[in-house]
Write a protein that binds this ligand. Structure first.
Ligand SMILES: [Zn+2]
Length: 401
């Protein structure tokens, strides 16, 4: 029996077209992959550079539809970044097979919805004793290695992230940046398609929504910045408490403060100028409120100042929701920051919520961390002495199937 050494590129092209026709919103991903001939591998697999490795003999044996289905399946592994997620989940050579079954279940669920016939064995969540519609991490956590003895589709490093010490394989194929661009494009196409034709599997739509929704991102970033500011402030105070000066110790009658962790003072300055969107402002304030609660600033309350050309009275509130916003007109956040810094006790963190259309002072007030929540995608960033989190709520609209 002769084994074909060369790839039947026409058949491969036909399979790709079949796939792109069947699931048009995945076209960017399907056409982002280059193809490598892999004689004797008895598989069609993908690596982390989005290259498809194809055994010419297998390509001959399978139908165009079967090859096309596998290309769709692999595109989903790459879009969903299963390789990086495998490493994050601690998958190693021993558990790689179980991970691939979990990842396959995450994908195949959707492909059944999209009416794509997968070549056997197509693992589904039910085969793992799990509910459909969940993520690979959950399937992985709910199975054991001895349960994964069954065959699985040999999907490659693009699915399990193994090999090369777990690192991404060199510079071959698509770069990480290129992959990120393709993911974004496909997510856009999915949302667009779901609005116009309404025929996108729910799992893929959720994936696209999560990828495009920056709300998750800015909340996490803002929380990280606030935690950092608060920790910094606590650390400074704690330090002075733990190490009284040698001179003071020599006096012998020093009264040490009790070792209670000090609660840092936080001030919030809100831009209430005419250019600001009230709903966005309210959204950020409630987020700040939640984060401060989480870092334990609850009891002390937060001082919130509203600020346009003039500064509204500082209000001591226990929730950012209690702030009274005054003003409307010109804006100068420098005035607001100065007013917040002048308050006693002096705040250690000032959060500024603004659209960025404002003059800024030349430097932050001494010893105070300034975190700017910059609303909207186009606002000019604050100077580099401020920590900036861009709050983009462009993709907030609810999605319908
Ligand atoms: Zn797979």
């Amino acid at each position: 029996m002769t084994q074909p050494k060369r790839l039947n590129t026409e058949k491969l092209a036909a399979a790709r077209l079949w796939a792109a026709h069947r699931l048009p919103y995945l076209a960017s991903a399907l056409f982002a992959s280059s193809v490598v001939s892999a004689p004797g591998s008895a598989s069609i697999s993908v690596d982390e550079g989005w290259r498809v490795h194809v055994d010419p003999a297998l390509l001959e044996a399978w139908s165009v539809e079967q090859v096309g289905s596998v290309l769709v399946h692999h595109a989903c592994h790459l879009l969903r970044d299963h390789a990086a997620r495998a490493r994050a989940a601690g998958v190693n050579e021993d558990s790689a097979m179980r991970w691939v079954r979990a990842a396959d279940a995450e994908i195949n669920d959707d492909l059944v919805d999209a009416d794509v016939d997968l070549p056997d064995p197509a693992v589904l969540p039910g085969d793992l004793g799990c509910e459909p519609g969940r993520l690979a991490e959950e399937y992985f956590a709910n199975t054991r290695d001895d349960e994964s003895s069954g065959a699985s589709c040999p999907c490659g490093r693009g699915a399990d992230g193994q090999g090369d010490g777990g690192k991404r394989t060199g510079d071959a194929g698509l770069s990480e940046f290129g992959a990120a661009m393709v993911r974004r494009q496909v997510a856009d196409d999915i949302i667009q398609h779901s609005k116009e034709a309404g025929l996108v599997p729910l799992g893929l739509q959720r994936w696209a929504e999560a990828l495009l929704s920056p709300s998750v991102d800015w909340r996490r970033l803002l929380a990280a910045e606030l935690r950092r500011g608060v920790t910094l402030a606590r650390g400074m105070v704690d330090y002075t408490y733990r190490r009284p000066s040698r001179r003071a110790a020599a006096l012998g009658d020093v009264v040490l403060p009790s070792l209670v962790q000090p609660v840092p003072e936080i001030a919030v300055v809100c831009d209430t100028s005419g250019s600001m969107d009230d709903a966005m402002l309210a959204g950020v304030l409630s987020e700040v409120d939640g984060i401060l609660r989480a870092v334990g600033v609850r009891g002390n309350g937060v001082r919130v100042l509203s600020c346009d050309a003039t500064v509204g009275a500082a209000q001591r509130v226990t929730s950012a929701r209690q702030v009274q916003l005054v003003g409307g007109g010109g804006t100068d956040m420098g005035v607001g920051i100065a007013a917040a810094a002048a308050n006693r006790p002096r705040p250690s963190v000032i959060v500024v919520v603004t659209d960025g259309l404002t003059p800024w002072p030349a430097a932050a007030p001494r010893g105070i961390t300034v975190v700017v929540a910059l609303l909207g995608p186009h606002g000019p960033p604050p100077p580099s002495w401020a920590r900036c989190v861009r709050v983009d709520v462009a993709h907030r609209e609810p999605l319908t199937r």
